[in-house]
Write a protein that binds this ligand. Structure first.
Ligand code: C2E
Ligand code: MG
Ligand code: MG
Length: 635
């Protein structure tokens, strides 16, 4: 058995090798990936050299001097020579490749952190010249830098594009003014700062932009809008901001407005600026508008959205109340009352919806009837006007003046109108059956929304067919305003209704702006003179002259005339003298429930009866007939 040989102490060469291997490993740990590749290569090369040296070990020579000498030479040449060469190579590798690779890695890291100014190459040194790259690493570096240049220019392009998009998102393309988003942003900025003075927002809306677009064309509409934008911009101070909030609404943001009176004055001034004719290719377009203003005081708990919403509330209020009024009435300043009114209207709308869907405990709609008579025979019913009421569980009998406008706003007027038409036609058919030889008519009010309904004629025909009421016994009442919304469509539908035999009446005649000029253009049979004229008939010569003129024209056009709101015998007498055909008013009867109406029709109750003749009538009250139970007539 061989004696175990003691391990030989490492010679100087072996120690050097160990140190070198350690050095390679340590350096490899500090160097980039590409340099790490050099580590294993060096190790393998070194290993091969060592193997060669081992293979030619002097002991293996078996004491042969020639072999021993060769072994020593090989050892010297291979091991030490290879090691030396590899170290030199490695140093060169570190110096050239490693340094550049590290720089590439550094730049990549900086770019990843968002620094697009980082570059691998030293352009200044190369003078930016296109020197051909010496190796692949240089190619990669150069292309990396080129890629960064492209990235930077792309970034600049994107910044430009973003700015353009931002401008588009916050500005109006037609006027170049800011839009609502921009206004909101400015307002938010102003509200975020501590404030010592109030600010105001005034919203101005053009009245008839949709009509101008529809009748004169979109280009003319845009011209009106641009002109308004210019006028408003010229009318404000430098620090006041004008924007086009939506299609026909402009808004002005004004800082340092001392009080309500100043806000109202600004609104009025802006309205005056807008309310001027616009000349378009020789033609003059009369522009009108409404304005709503809100004053926001320091410390008030409102967001920017709240401020804009309150300005809109004021604007809508101005539009509702000032439709026919002078400019002062067409500006409204926001008050908390407006907000309450909005809440009240939305409550009314919800309750009305519940009533319409027949929810128990929500009341019911009722139709009352106000008779009219021939002026030549005022004691005999010549017809009834059907008037809707709302029997409300808490409020009692509610006037249509309180809920019809709400129903119009929220789109409930069509089902309500149809129900009234159905009830009135059904009732009239039943009453006509009592005495078929007697001809009297039933009038039913149609809202503007109903007139816009393309199925109107079909719906009316359907009701007549279902109830059996003869078409010529039905008259539909419409205001001029309703007809003006869509003059062509209105004329077409009204003509179609007349074609099936239904009569058409213009209600509240004289309250619109263009009454007489449109009279001959519309297919109407009856003109109902508004109560406003009748009430002033006895003491106002202008009203007298107006009534006379309307009666003359109506008679010339072969139209039947009904005077509304006759309250005194004097009015009745004058209208008789002027040749008016029919009379309607409290003097003859207030609107009454259907059982009372039937009594009036068959003569068991007298028309023009004294207060107290009819159940529930109270002298001196603004309400009469059998309309009891808390009906509040606000007109
Ligand atoms: P209108 O169609 O002009 O109806 C006449 C209104 O004048 C009625 O008010 C009537 O009570 C009132 N009136 C009649 N004679 C006199 C009088 O001598 N003095 C006074 N002070 N008032 C008189 P009511 O019933 O409150 O209706 C108001 C308005 O509500 C109606 O005006 C009509 O525009 C609308 N309305 C009523 N029912 C309906 C309906 O079923 N559909 C639609 N769309 N609107 C309706
Ligand atoms: Mg009417
Ligand atoms: Mg009327």
């Amino acid at each position: 058995m061989d004696e175990p040989t003691a391990p030989r102490a490492p010679g100087p060469l072996q120690r050097t090798r160990t140190v070198l291997v350690d050095l390679v490993l340590a350096a490899s740990a500090q160097t980039p990936v590409i340099v790490k590749v050099g580590g294993p290569v060096l190790a393998v090369s070194l290993g091969m050299a060592l193997y060669l040296e081992g293979a030619l070990d002097t002991e293996a020579c078996g004491g042969t001097p020639a072999c021993t000498e060769l072994s020593q030479q090989v050892s010297l040449v291979t091991t030490d020579g290879t090691a030396l060469m590899l170290v030199v190579l490695w140093l060169v590798f570190i110096a050239f490749v490693g340094r550049r690779t590290k720089r590439l890695a550094d730049v990549a890291r900086r770019v990843a952190e968002g620094d697009l100014t980082a570059r691998v190459g030293d352009r200044a040194r190369h003078g930016g010249s296109a020197r051909p790259p010496r190796d692949e690493l240089m190619v990669v570096s150069t292309q990396f830098d080129t890629m960064l240049d492209t990235l930077v220019s792309e970034q600049q392009r994107l910044v430009g594009l973003t700015e353009e998009l931002e401008h588009q998102a916050t500005h109006d393309a037609v006027t170049g003014l800011g839009n609502r988003t921009l206004l909101l942003r400015h307002l938010e900025g102003m509200l975020a700062q501590p404030r010592s003075t109030p600010l105001a927002v005034v919203k101005v809306e053009l009245d008839d932009l949709a009509t101008i677009d529809a009748t004169l064309g979109h280009d003319v509409g845009e011209l009106v809008v641009s002109t308004t934008a210019l006028r408003l911009s010229a009318a404000v101070r430098g620090d006041e901001r004008v924007v086009r909030a939506t299609g026909s609404v402009f808004a002005v943001l004004v800082d340092d407005v001392p009080d309500d009176a100043d806000a109202a004055a600004i609104a009025l001034r802006l309205l005056e600026v807008v309310n001027r004719p616009v000349d378009v290719e020789g033609a003059t377009i009369v522009v009108s508008a409404c304005a709503g203003a809100v004053l926001h005081r320091p410390g008030e708990d409102r967001t920017a959205e709240d401020v804009l919403r309150d300005a809109s509330l004021a604007l809508h209020s101005a539009q509702r109340s000032g439709a026919e009024a002078e400019s002062t009435a067409r500006t409204v300043l926001y008050t908390s009352r407006l907000r309450e009114e909005v809440l009240e209207r939305s409550r009314t709308a919800d309750e009305l919806r519940a009533t319409l869907t027949g929810q128990p405990g929500t009341g019911a709609l009722e139709v009352h009837y106000q008779p009219y008579a021939l002026l030549t025979d005022p004691s005999r019913v010549a017809g009834f006007e059907a008037l809707v009421r709302w029997q409300h569980p808490q409020r009692g009998l509610v006037s249509p003046l309180e809920f019809v406008p709400v129903a119009e706003e929220v789109g409930l007027i069509r089902p309500i109108g149809l129900r009234v038409l159905q009830d009135a036609a059904e009732r009239s058919a039943a009453w006509h059956a009592l005495d078929p030889s007697r001809a009297w008519t039933t009038s039913v009010n149609l809202s503007p929304q109903q007139l816009l309904d393309v199925d109107l004629v079909h719906r009316v025909g359907d009701v007549l067919a279902r109830t059996g009421l003869a078409p010529h016994l039905l008259t539909l009442e419409l205001t001029e305003t309703a007809m003006m919304l869509d003059l062509d469509g209105a004329a077409r539908r009204l003509q179609a209704l007349r074609d099936i035999g239904v009569g058409i009446a213009i209600d509240d005649f004289g309250t619109g702006s263009s009454s007489l000029s449109y009279l001959h253009q519309l297919p109407v049979d009856v003109v109902k003179l508004d109560r406003a004229f009748i009430s002033r008939l006895e003491d106002d010569t202008t009203s007298l002259a107006m009534v006379r003129a309307v009666l003359d024209i109506a008679s010339a056009l072969g139209l039947t005339t009904i005077a509304e709101g006759i309250e005194t015998p004097g009015q009745l007498r004058i209208l008789g003298e002027l040749g008016c055909d029919k009379a309607q008013g409290f003097l003859l009867s207030r609107p009454v429930p259907q059982d009372v109406a039937q009594d009036l029709l068959v003569g068991t109750r007298r028309l023009g009866g004294q207060p107290g003749d009819q159940p529930g009538d109270q002298p001196g009250r603004h309400l009469g007939g059998a309309e009891t139970g808390g009906l509040r007539v606000t007109s």
